[in-house]
Write a protein that binds this ligand. Sequence first.
Ligand code: COA
Length: 159
Amino acid sequence: MKTSALYTGSFDPLTNGHMNIIRRAARLYDELTVGIIVNPQKKPYFTLEERKEMITEALQGFENVNVEHFEGLLADFVNSRGFDVVVRGLRAAGDFENEIQMAQMNARLFDKKVETVFLMTDPAYSFISSSTIKEVHSLGGSVEGLVPDEILRRMDEKK
Ligand code: COA
């Protein structure tokens, strides 16, 4: 039986930390969906369409990975699509508190047994977040090597 996994986030923008998790999860599971959360409360820097395009471009060559978006509860998206696994990245101890709450709440909301699996973020990227990338870039600092080249190009264009 094929195992399908979901990796979610705002990805505003996608970073090399996210890429590292995606690369490893794509090796572990038969199919991996990158699910972009659409939060009507938040005004993202990159529109949903831009993020979808950028991520699709960065993921060229990953044959078992596709990009989708969802709104509302993660558990509803999982239930409607029948994913077997939810993948999350853990960067530091601070992430753990939120993550365990989310994983346990989601476990109650899933229709079937769905495991939330945590991958430790590569230490090379454990200090980055999408917000710090945007802040450093907007103030003229270099974020080269911290985001995929295609994403850096898009960030330069948007500046
Ligand atoms: N490398 C680099 N950065 C990483 C990373 C990694 N491996 N993993 C996470 N980050 C960064 C993200 O870029 C993000 O940065 P930002 O806050 O500057 O944007 C930050 O860490 C937090 O990431 P994450 O926890 O994945 O937040 P998110 O906003 O990207 O996504 C959802 C959060 C979508 C997973 C969560 O809000 C959700 O499930 N929402 C749906 C609603 C729902 O079901 N709510 C009930 C939950 S119990």
